[in-house]
Design a protein around this ligand. Sequence first.
Ligand SMILES: C[S@@+](CC[C@H](N)C(=O)[O-])C[C@H]1O[C@@H](n2cnc3c(N)ncnc32)[C@H](O)[C@@H]1O
Length: 356
Amino acid sequence: MDKGGLGLLATLYQYISVSRDYVAQVWKPHLRFRCSSEDSITLLLQYLQQSFILSYIHAIRVVIMSEFTTFTEGEFYEGHFDSRAYVKSFYSCSSGHADEKNYLTFVLRCLSRVFSAGKRSLSIESLSLTVLFFLNNFDTDVCFKGEHKGKRLIDVGSGPSIHSVLSACEHYDEIVLSDFANNNRREIEKWLKNQEGSLDWKPILQYVCELEGKSLSDLEATLKQRVKKVLKCDVRLENPFYPHTLEPADCVITSLCLEAACKDIQTYCRALHGLTELLRPGGLLVMIGVLGESFYKVDEQLFSCLRLSRDGIEEALRGLGLSIQEFNILPAEDRENNSVSDFEAIFHLVARKPSE
Ligand SMILES: C[S@@+](CC[C@H](N)C(=O)[O-])C[C@H]1O[C@@H](n2cnc3c(N)ncnc32)[C@H](O)[C@@H]1O
């Protein structure tokens, strides 16, 4: 199938995901003959809508993804990933994209909890997220004190974004940000140098400051001072920073990168191994990712995603000798109305490399 055909399928996917009323219109007249009350009609309709729409979505998703003859790897990002559209779409406010229902709030709060011992403001909104968090995390070894600090931190596959190191930045002296795509690294450099037309991270900075009782200008200045390099990386390589060899890091963070960069689970496990090799013994790996996602969209451009399960990730980490300290999951809400991705859940994990 050519690109036009793919575009058509993607549009159809979007159409079906949002057209809840369609099934109702078609089926309501038929149901009137068979149901005794309006309530039972409504119940039956809800059931039909859900099962019809979900099976359509699943079928179309399978077709769309099977038509990606090649997984959209790093090289594809160079020419097709619109860094500015990505940030506008997913990072223009602290809850993230409206279709992804509090994805970003969950991530920022998890990162803040891991790294910051700062003050917390418990608004009604944050309280409900906290409750949600605990409901989904009864097997988590929760640590509330921000007790992680060190000399070096590396963020692998930063994209054009700085949000994943905001809570950590004051606890590490030297921070390296990185990405495969040139355009992403350029956007970060522009922001670090306060160049005209650089991306606006104020809403995200503001949210983290509220969580941690900090001032926006102090946090921004700390981050800009601590980021020492923005490097090219390729997680498919044994040493992702080849030809450079980086000093062992106290902490490696990666967010939404490995599932976007690795076309199969073998590549994913090798990439995880590469990340753990960047850590000193006893160092900390902090990962943010998505479970069960097969694609995401930036504007109308589709990108593939490796479908991951919690068991698969845990097995890979244990296989590398890491001990998992936290594995937090936020299930996706209202999946059938998500037009920009199809993730089943978001995860945030903390794992430690064994000390020698
Ligand atoms: C979904 S974005 C995530 C960006 C950012 N970390 C975030 O959380 O928003 C995926 C990123 O992976 C990067 N990427 C794709 N293939 C890669 C590879 N082989 N090595 C390193 N980064 C890669 C892309 O350039 C893109 O910036």
